[in-house]
Write a protein that binds this ligand. Structure first.
Ligand code: 5AD
Ligand code: SF4
Length: 461
């Protein structure tokens, strides 16, 4: 995913964002902290006095991708220099955190390297470069929380300001064998509830109807509240009670180990929880789950799903899978296929295992051959695709509450979001944008749904 933030400049700022929604959120907050210094987002890096590359480390060859993009940015900087203009180049995010020193050694023209926990210090870093020149690297895990120090401005909004992300938790202590996150994002920390409520209030006051709470381990949330802490279901209850104009709530990404019964029950009792959950399982083989250090078995995962469906029968489930973890046999892979058949997912992401330097799995013997990984991935993706098609087809003829987010591609068409996070296209008046309307689903596509406004029951809110 690549997103660019833009409006018109005083000093131009161009942010290139790779990776997860948390990076999208972080990019918007970096724009917020730089605003008081006179930086406003511009569309093209050629017009930018500062370019930030916000990176992701989760995939293979992440660092190579960064160096190739930096080569392109360096050329832009040279071209601007000929016009007498300076350009600051910053690398942020998880590649910066993991490989900060190597980054500066290989690309010494980079001015700033900062990790995900230090972007509240950006103004100070920029000032230091202005004063003394040279490069600045800040990949600490500081004791102060960036959340206490960020400006109180509206967080990122998209789809016409109707949906927004809100980070409530960061970092991870789970140390799955394959994953770099505990090393790049650091230990698990939760944001205080009062500051989350304040941000949610600002978002909703500016028109947001649906919030997605973000965290690497979001369901492990335990933010300070009233002299103690609040859990995720307790936070969700507070959001519902205190912000009536907030209509919809989601959260990503969850770990099966933290899927407590109180959270499962909240899917039944809290009306703003959407019937949708992303719950990565990674593998269906107990042996591989153990090697991955996931801390649960395949049957324990099945049991969580059973309880979730008991609480909310229509809940749409999505997941992440890795094929070819070191030691995975044909039999282990078949156990993953069986788990997928048993659970039936609405959609899912699946990846070939890739070695991440510094993680325990990277050093393990019995790495699986590339061609075997490819075959397994193709078989898994075909099954997941069948299930996604079946899920979308099962909605045909039903009437769904759709949050209308904007204009569609065709004239007269509107776009919206179903409770299950599918894009929905249908014809209707632009006056419906921002409302939740009833749409009868008529056409299933792989990644979206088509429908017709269900006139009598349209409840504009
Ligand atoms: N190889 C393949 N996939 C990975 N993921 C994380 N690390 C790796 C890796 N080393 C996948 C997991 C995770 C998702 C965000 O990315 O499935 O849930
Ligand atoms: Fe990575 Fe595992 Fe933590 Fe998820 S739970 S961020 S996969 S270590």
């Amino acid at each position: 995913m690549q997103e660019q933030i833009s409006t018109s400049p005083s000093r131009g700022l161009h942010i290139i964002t790779w990776g997860c929604q948390m990076n999208v959120y972080d990019s918007a907050r970096m724009a917020d902290v730089l605003r008081p210094l006179g930086y406003s987002p511009v569309d093209l890096p050629d017009n930018a006095d500062m370019i930030i590359l916000n990176t992701c480390h989760i995939r293979e060859r992440a660092a190579e991708k960064v160096f190739s993009e930096l080569g392109r940015l360096r050329q832009i900087r040279e071209a601007r220099k000929l016009e007498g203009k300076e350009t600051l180049i910053a690398v942020a995010g998880c590649v910066a955190q993991a490989e900060g020193k190597e980054l500066l050694a290989r690309a010494p023209y980079v001015d700033l390297v900062l990790g995900p926990q230090t972007y509240h210090r950006l103004p100070e870093m920029v000032a230091r470069i202005a004063r003394a020149g040279g490069s600045v690297i800040d990949t600490d895990f500081p004791v102060e929380s960036k959340f206490d120090l960020l400006p109180e401005e509206a967080a990122p909004q998209n789809e016409g300001n109707l949906t927004a992300f809100l980070t409530i938790q960061e970092g991870c202590d789970k140390f799955c064998s394959f994953c770099v996150v505990p090393y790049t994002r650091g230990a698990e920390t939760s944001r205080p509830v009062a500051s989350i409520l304040a941000e949610a209030e600002r978002l909703v006051a500016s028109g947001v109807k649906e919030i997605t709470l973000l965290g690497q381990n979001v369901n492990a949330f335990h933010g300070d509240w009233n002299g103690g802490t609040a859990s995720l279901p307790e936070l969700a209850a507070l959001l519902h009670e205190k912000i009536p104009a907030l209509k919809r709530l989601r959260y990503i990404t969850s770990h099966p180990r933290d899927m407590e019964q109180a959270l499962i029950d909240a899917h039944r009792s809290n009306p703003i929880f959407m019937p949708y959950l992303h719950l990565p399982v990674q593998s269906g083989s107990d042996k591989v789950l153990k090697a991955m250090n996931r801390g649960h078995t395949a049957d324990e995962y099945r049991e969580i799903i059973r309880r979730l469906r008991e609480a909310r029968p229509d809940i749409a489930l999505t997941s992440d899978f890795i094929v070819g973890h070191p030691g995975e046999t044909d039999e282990d892979f078949e156990a993953t296929m069986q788990l997928v058949r048993d659970v039936r997912f609405a959609s899912a992401y699946s990846f070939k295992y890739s070695q991440r330097p510094g993680t325990p799995a990277a050093g393990q013997p019995f790495q699986v051959a590339e061609n075997v990984k490819e075959k397994r991935l193709a078989a898994l993706q075909a099954l997941l695709r069948e299930q996604q098609d079946a899920f979308n087809a099962s909605l045909v003829g039903t009437v769904q509450d759709v949050l209308v987010t904007g204009h569609g591609r065709k004239p007269g068409q509107l776009n919206g979001r179903s409770p299950y996070l599918q894009p929905v296209h249908f014809e209707g008046s632009p006056s419906l944008i921002g409302k939740i309307v009833k749409v009868r689903i008529t056409a299933p596509f792989t990644n979206s749904l088509g429908g017709h406004l269900h006139e009598q029951e349209s409840t504009a809110i």
